[in-house]
Design a protein around this ligand. Sequence first.
Ligand code: R1P
Ligand code: URA
Length: 235
Amino acid sequence: MSTPHIKADKNQIAKTVLMPGDPLRAQYIAETFLENVEKFNDVRNMYGFTGYYNGKRISVMGSGMGQPSIGIYSYELFKFFDVENIIRIGSCGAYTKDLNLYDTILAKDAYSESSYAFVQGGEKRDTLEASKVLNEKLSKIAEKLSIPLHVGTIHSSDVFYRENGEVALELAQKRNLLGVEMESFALFHNANVTGKNAACLLTVSDSLVTHEATTPEERQSAFTNMMKIALEMAE
Ligand SMILES: O=P(O)(O)O[C@H]1O[C@H](CO)[C@@H](O)[C@H]1O
Ligand SMILES: O=c1cc[nH]c(=O)[nH]1
């Protein structure tokens, strides 16, 4: 079974897929944490791997950046490869001074100005929820691992470089948004239309308030707390 963007057999992909935006973060996770790893996709270098974490099977695959990109990969995984759960593990910019670099966020829901969900399936809401079941499991795992989580609404933006950054901070205040990333709204919508489950863990990579920032290398491989929480979802 192949789709235009994933060349793999259904049985090569686990029921639960972790999705960082960066395919090299997917490779880092597979090489660092998984055993008996098989690479199932390299179309467009959007690497996907399946392996075992503490003896339990899980897959990890890059989504690319932005809602159109995760829109394609998550739809194909849910619809054509029988994937049940996708957990995005991404980086984000903090909208509040209460968040420090490396803090971990669990998205309760994602707000977006994006037309993705409306164009894809007529969805009129601008805020879409993550799976409550997945979020409960992820919260319990984080508690067990003693990793504090900030739980709240995130912003899925289509724009990384805004001409007027203050507008985003005003929006964040008005809507009580914790931080900004670029994919979860489309992911949550695709889970809704396919009857599957999606969640999102984020690590704060930079702050739009204090302007502190991590390096590209750290974004690829140093965000281990969210990785460890998500990997415990292996079945
Ligand atoms: O680190 P990832 O998962 O790619 O997530 C964030 O980083 C990218 C922008 O630098 C966007 O994809 C955004 O959502
Ligand atoms: O989308 C993103 C990700 C990290 N930092 C940002 O400012 N935006």
